[in-house]
Design a protein around this ligand. Sequence first.
Ligand SMILES: Cc1cc2nc3c(=O)[nH]c(=O)nc-3n(C[C@H](O)[C@H](O)[C@H](O)COP(=O)(O)OP(=O)(O)OC[C@H]3O[C@@H](n4cnc5c(N)ncnc54)[C@H](O)[C@@H]3O)c2cc1C
Length: 292
Amino acid sequence: MKITDIFTTADRTFSFEFFPPKDEISAVDFGINVGQLLKLDPSFVSVTYGAGGSNQERTFTLVDYLQNKIGLNTMAHYTCVGSSRDKIAADMNYLSQIGIENLMLLRGDPPKGSDSFKAPENGFNFASELISFVSRQFSFSIGAAANPEKHPEAPTMQDYLKNLKFKFDAGANFLITQLFFDNQAYFRFAESARQAGITCRIIPGIIPITGYKQIKRFVDMTSTSFPEELLDKMETHQDDADKVYQIGIDHAIRQCVDLLEKGAPGIHFYTLNKSRAAVEVFESLPRTIRSS
Ligand SMILES: Cc1cc2nc3c(=O)[nH]c(=O)nc-3n(C[C@H](O)[C@H](O)[C@H](O)COP(=O)(O)OP(=O)(O)OC[C@H]3O[C@@H](n4cnc5c(N)ncnc54)[C@H](O)[C@@H]3O)c2cc1C
């Protein structure tokens, strides 16, 4: 089912993001985790596309499996990295043939060691160009990325919003945000996006922090700000893994409740292929706000 069709009857969507498992052992873990998340009856699940355009086969195999064998409404991520227009068209035809109706269309990151993105030969420089190319020829429901604290390469938030509007105008039907830990960043951003004429749903992306080392990695990777108070708490208990886990879960629950109570159109959970934290957070949300 197209995510845009879900929007016609549901005010909120709850979704979970996975990455393709790297080997047989992690594939078994992945199966167990998906089994747990299935019980939550998600609006959709999504599968990432390897950074640098790697592991494309795994993404395609996994979306096929989740959509057609497990029966989950599945969204395939796809980036501009390493693909010419011809390859993109062929890939879109393939995804369409296997029954995928939802795509997350992204630019992707520059290869390791390089700080600027170079379009592949006969390919695209920006996600908006990919979205325009796909939306004109295919009838997928299309999601795009949004960074509530601005994309690191954009000089200012104004520049970023202008570029984000290109994605909306090119055919993005909804946005999913980069992870963030301070809800004010989301609300400020959603308001600015509306003022810039971006009227589609902006679904907040949430990750429950489950380990102390994780924080630094995420903050470095995504230039996301991390509330001092939360950082202090985690630092104080950094040697007590259970306590750190609980602090992370409690923060994610508070974040989700506040977002939903103030009108956010659902939650997209970054699961890192682990179900426990996402299940705990989701099940802790009051029933009234977790129903769509
Ligand atoms: C929900 C979500 C899922 C993701 N999934 C994946 C994944 O599966 N695989 C993966 O590799 N990465 C993924 N990413 C990361 C993403 O690829 C990176 O954040 C990447 O650096 C930017 O992608 P984008 O689609 O936002 O790019 P764009 O929207 O193209 O923006 C990239 C930069 O270019 C600028 N820009 C855009 N248009 C113009 C223009 N016309 N002129 C000048 N500047 C412009 C923007 O301001 C921004 O700074 C995901 C991110 C999110 C939030």
